[in-house]
Design a protein around this ligand. Structure first.
Ligand SMILES: Cc1cc2nc3c(=O)[nH]c(=O)nc-3n(C[C@H](O)[C@H](O)[C@H](O)COP(=O)(O)OP(=O)(O)OC[C@H]3O[C@@H](n4cnc5c(N)ncnc54)[C@H](O)[C@@H]3O)c2cc1C
Length: 470
């Protein structure tokens, strides 16, 4: 059977990573041998844990040859060729080689977004997070290099920006979410000034690294937006890593670190992690402000303007001068989704799906995966690792005439980088309860999970998930 168009060249071309990572190991006194040992532990743990989690819903991905023939007659279209769309497509092809899969994806360069935090922290370079999009496709996936302009679910087709109509029997929607730069007044302009950057864009992340490195002191202000957030831990991670950087440079007393969040605590998604992390962060002298929404930026006076909801429910304006600002706008889904027929009232433009089967609530032949799906789960690649086999399995169920039998349990994961060389790694469910605790020691800052985040997760993403081994 055909196999993926190999990624070895890509790995080689990422030589920047090698020099960068060895530098990192040298700086922190970790030998290559130790790092590999940790990676081995980590990978073993994840595979055992992951395997246990996945085992229950692999059954309908096993198909007989007559069933596979039926699946090959169906036309699958995937809107969005990133980690969500590609992991589903690869999983489907692992189950049924030769399945008819078309992927609509406009970009020629794929970004490993979980690496953006490490770019902002100076651990990765730009080249460490870029893959040639074409290298990610299996050779029997068809690539339409275009945008989805409109969904026409009543006619089982999508229209691309160039006007092509693409028919499908089954559609997977994996368009992700994007920063809404218009949700904060003057944000676009502020991002072009010398004091403002954020890690949710690769170039801005590189800029942030330089700002943090060159920072001579003053008010360093970090914000956290309302609504759903892509990787809800990343704004905290960059705050804490920056504080650690300045401490390491011996200039901590020259910096006031301020973290403004619209939530009422630091890490509300998982209460036990919040309890564990809060005293650690407070002990480091970071000023946390709750129930604060960044509304505007006054560039001329370098002031971030917040709306604070007070305990009695009134709203008041809070102004914070900054010498370095890491602002976070709200998120939104891409236009064809948020303004099209596949969303509904009250879910912020996300794809309306059943949170367990991931099937569209109105159109049974449409499924959602990843950040754009309204499941209430965390918007992370770790979530997709659990969702992709559910989507692939349920589409096969439908082709074969069954009801969807696979269920997503809400599981997600987070490598919470608390300082250089330390990470709290944990998995959690829909309700924010910790799961697989025996693998992670989730409420402790450990070296092993830092190494796994830096050296292992990108490989899991690229070689395990995108190759359909989930
Ligand atoms: C700073 C940062 C740190 C993160 N850290 C972590 C982490 O530590 N761990 C973790 O698990 N996750 C992390 N994530 C989250 C992770 O990157 C996302 O959850 C993941 O990329 C979501 O995948 P997706 O396929 O749903 O969407 P995306 O990866 O966002 O991809 C969406 C795709 O859809 C395409 N698209 C958009 N509009 C259209 C259109 N109209 N037509 C066709 N195609 C379109 C885009 O080109 C893109 O390829 C982080 C993200 C960021 C930004």
């Amino acid at each position: 059977m055909s196999v993926e168009k190999n990624n070895i060249d890509q790995e080689k071309s990422n030589s920047g990573e090698r020099s960068n990572l060895s530098e990192q190991q040298e700086n922190k006194g970790v030998s290559r041998r130790q790092a590999l040992k940790y990676i081995g532990y980590g990978a073993g743990g994840l595979l055992v844990g992951g395997g246990a989690g996945f085992y229950g819903y692999r059954r309908s991905l096993q198909v007989s040859s007559s069933e596979a023939a039926k699946v090959r007659n169906a036309k699958f279209v995937v809107a969005g060729g990133s980690i969500g769309g590609l992991t589903v497509a690869a999983r489907l092809l692992r189950a049924v080689p030769g399945a008819d899969i078309t992927i609509i994806e406009p970009r020629e360069e794929h970004h490993y977004q979980p690496g953006y935090t490490l770019v902002g922290a100076g651990v990765y370079n730009r080249s460490d997070v870029i893959f040639d999009q074409e290298s990610l496709f299996f050779s029997d996936m068809k690539w339409v290099k275009d945008y989805v302009e409109a969904f026409e679910p009543d006619r089982n087709r999508v229209i691309t920006r160039s006007g092509e109509a693409i028919d499908y029997d089954y559609l997977v929607v994996g368009l992700g979410v994007e920063c809404n730069l218009d949700s904060v007044e003057n944000l676009r302009e502020a991002l072009n000034t010398d004091y403002v950057a954020n890690i949710y864009d690769l170039s801005s992340s590189e800029k942030y690294r330089k700002l943090a490195d060159d920072f001579e002191g003053g008010n360093a202000v970090f914000t956290y937006p309302p609504g759903y957030v892509k990787c809800g831990g990343a704004p905290q991670k960059i705050t804490w890593l920056s504080e650690d950087l300045w401490r390491d440079k011996g200039m901590r007393d020259k910096v006031d670190v301020h973290f403004y969040t619209d939530r009422n605590t630091i890490f509300p998604t998982v209460p036990r992690v919040d309890e564990a992390v809060k005293p650690l962060i407070e002990a480091r002298g970071i000023n946390n402000y709750y129930n604060q929404v960044l509304r505007a930026i006054d560039i001329s006076t370098r002031t971030a303007i917040f709306e604070e909801t007070t305990e009695n429910g009134t709203v008041r304006e809070v102004r914070q001068q900054y010498d370095l600002l890491h602002p976070m706008p709200r998120f939104q889904t891409p236009k064809p989704l948020r303004e099209g027929p596949l969303t509904r009232e009250g879910i912020g433009g996300q794809l309306s799906v059943d949170r367990e089967t991931l099937q569209h609530t109105q159109y049974p032949n449409i499924f959602g995966v990843g950040d754009n799906a309204a499941t209430g789960a965390a918007k992370t690649a770790a979530t997709i690792r659990k969702q992709a086999p559910v989507v692939a399995g349920n589409m096969i169920d439908l082709v074969l005439g069954y009801e969807p039998s696979n269920k997503y349990d809400g599981a997600s994961g987070c490598p919470l980088l608390t300082r250089y060389g330390r990470c709290m790694m944990f998995e959690f469910d829909f309700e924010g309860n910790l799961i697989n605790e025996w693998i992670y020691r989730p409420t402790q800052e450990t070296r092993v999970w830092w190494d796994f985040k830096v050296h292992g997760l990108k490989r899991l993403y690229r070689h395990v998930m995108m190759n359909g081994y989930v």
